[in-house]
Design a protein around this ligand. Structure first.
Ligand code: ZN
Length: 580
């Protein structure tokens, strides 16, 4: 028996109240009816409790109100007397401007449907219809097929999962179309910073060609003649500041800051973000960890291989502009060096978490950073990308590559939507290089660095340290309402030895008033015992701060001019990215 569709109508006309009025209509299949709102959205591993934005939920059947019982914060049940169609009315506040939440104002709407779509028991695999009611002059951008035609603003999703995977953007926006290997793509930008009509396109008139080239480069990396999606929608929020993206099967929502765009390499990094999210249509959306197959929207799911999903994608995103013929080798090495530098300057990689633990603890650590996070965690994006680099170079020395492993997993699992376990991953690497069957699990479970310097040496690259100009204290300070305060205190540092705590007011050094961050560093002398006057809980204290030799401020990746011919040849092959 085909299941009747569930119809979700979202009225976006109360834009000044930032209120989305929702109506869910369906024919129940059980008299014991249950409604559940997801607590998270796939791709962003944090329990968001979208229910906190919901209000005025009521259930009607044949025009009569039916009492709902709240079983859990995001779960309601009702005992129905019959199986006639029902309507659920509710509203949701939409005031959070991120790629994974809802935002509605006079300028536009950006919706994450995990925050709005109630799952009806027995209807997860039923078709879901989506209808939008829009303010005058607005256009909808929805990566779903139309139910009837474009004028109706109604779309059809083949399941609840496809509905939740649908980002919705609407507003008086202009859009642009382009084709990648026969597949239609749409590009729509909402500029929060004004500009007519699209400041990014104005500054980079070749933008759409560049984006199409990056999309094509992703296909080449995957060894595919066309994208995995039957059509694709790019939504960009151009903000004053911001960086982020969320991947979907057939779409992505991106946020990028005009301040970042204006920096050297800012446009190249923007294209990396585009490539990162686009590559996810394979890695993580269709080639998906078994733990997310199917997705449990009700609670966090521990995924030990997020390092592969995000780290491998982060590694390749740096190569994609160059593979698309846009970037240069020098730009690529700059970006790789900056990423490795961030990694090497994060003590948490040696003190806090292994790569597997970082993946497993995503839900409670990566998205919940505090002043101490650098000491007790390492991002699975960052160490995952370093691991991908080490694996790629190890495999290339053996005549294979990381791209071969990725393609193999895609062909044997992702293409068929068969989830992969950690064992499948290790097997895929071991099939290319048997030594990795033992080495890879040890690297995933170790607090030490994978053999990074050896890997870089194999392609004639070296890491150059750049020391700080000021003596080291391990203290990071920032301007605060009262002047200057301690923002971070590094583990095993002079600041820690002095007894400083995050939040301390930094008042004076050797009797000299401190007012801004530079005031402290310019008075420090290596080995000297300074008296630092601080304020804590309303009382002054005098601490002894003894700085040490300047620490490494950053690392850069440089070509070793004396490297062997074999290393040079391997480097050329590695920079081609795509397997021969
Ligand atoms: Zn990602």
């Amino acid at each position: 028996m085909p299941l009747d569709p569930v119809e979700l109508t979202l009225d976006l006309t109360a834009s000044r109240q930032h209120l989305i009025r929702c109506r869910l209509r369906f024919t129940p299949t059980h008299q014991a009816m249950e409604l559940r709102l997801p607590v998270w959205t796939p791709g962003s591993y944090l329990q968001r409790d979208y229910v906190r934005q919901l209000q005025n939920l009521e259930l009607l059947q044949a025009g009569e109100a039916v009492p709902l019982v709240r079983r859990e914060p995001s779960v309601w049940t009702a005992q129905l007397e019959h199986l006639l169609p029902v309507e659920v009315h509710y509203a949701a506040m939409a005031t959070e401007l991120t790629v994974r939440t809802c935002h509605l104002d006079d300028d536009h709407a950006s919706l994450a449907l995990a925050a709005l779509a109630l799952q009806v028991n027995g209807a997860r695999w039923a078709p879901h219809h989506l209808q939008l009611l829009l303010p005058d002059g607005w256009q909808p951008f929805v990566p779903l097929p139309f139910l009837n035609g474009p004028s109706e603003h109604r779309w059809i999703a083949d399941s609840f999962d496809q509905l939740v995977d649908t980002p919705v953007e609407a507003g008086p926006h202009r859009w642009h179309g382009f084709v990648v290997h026969g597949v239609p793509h749409r590009w729509v930008c909402w500029s929060a910073v004004g500009g007519n009509p699209d400041p990014l396109l104005e500054r980079h008139p070749q933008l759409l060609d560049d984006v199409a080239a990056v999309c094509s480069a992703c296909c080449r990396l995957m060894g595919e003649a066309a994208p995995a999606a039957p059509s694709y929608l790019f939504v960009l929020h151009l903000l004053e500041r911001g960086f982020g993206g969320l991947e979907h099967d057939n779409a992505t929502v991106l946020q990028y800051g005009v301040e970042e765009l204006a920096k050297p390499g800012g446009y190249r990094r923007f294209l990396q973000l585009v490539g990162h999210e686009y590559l996810h249509q394979w890695n993580v959306r269709r080639l998906r960890p078994a733990e997310l197959t199917p997705i449990d929207y009700d609670r966090p799911t521990v995924v030990p291989s997020l390092w592969f999903a995000e780290g491998v994608t982060s590694y390749y995103d740096q190569f994609l502009p160059r593979l698309a013929g846009i970037g240069t080798d020098a730009g690529l090495l700059d970006d790789l060096g900056a990423e490795i530098s961030r990694y090497l300057l994060t003590p948490g990689r040696l003190l806090g978490q292994t790569l597997r633990q970082s993946s497993q603890e995503a839900w409670v650590k990566l998205y919940r950073q505090d002043a101490y996070s650098g000491d007790n965690q390492i991002s699975y994006y960052l160490k995952g990308a370093v691991m991908a680099l080490v694996l790629d170079l190890r495999l290339r020395r053996a005549g294979s590559s990381l791209a071969v492993v990725l393609r193999e997993l895609w062909q044997t699992r992702g293409r068929w939507r068969r989830g992969y376990s950690e064992v499948d991953l290790i097997d895929a690497f071991g099939a290319q290089l048997p030594a990795l069957r033992d080495q890879l699990p040890a690297w995933l479970d170790g607090l030490e660095d994978p053999p990074l310097h050896e890997a870089l040496g194999s392609v004639g690259l070296v890491l150059m340290p750049h020391p700080d100009s000021a003596p080291a204290t391990g203290l990071l300070s920032a301007a605060s309402a009262s002047g200057l305060s301690a923002q971070k205190v590094a583990r095993h540092s002079p600041a820690e030895a002095a007894g400083l705590c995050v939040g301390d007011e930094l008042i004076a050094l050797d009797g000299w008033r401190l007012r801004k961050p530079g005031d402290l560093s310019q008075r420090l002398q290596e080995g000297h015992k300074h008296t630092l006057t601080i304020g804590r809980h309303g009382k002054l204290r005098a601490l002894t701060l003894q700085p040490t030799t300047p620490a490494v401020k950053s690392w850069s990746l440089q070509v070793d001019p004396g490297c062997s011919a074999a290393a040079l040849a391997l480097r050329e092959q590695w920079l081609q990215v795509v397997p021969c």
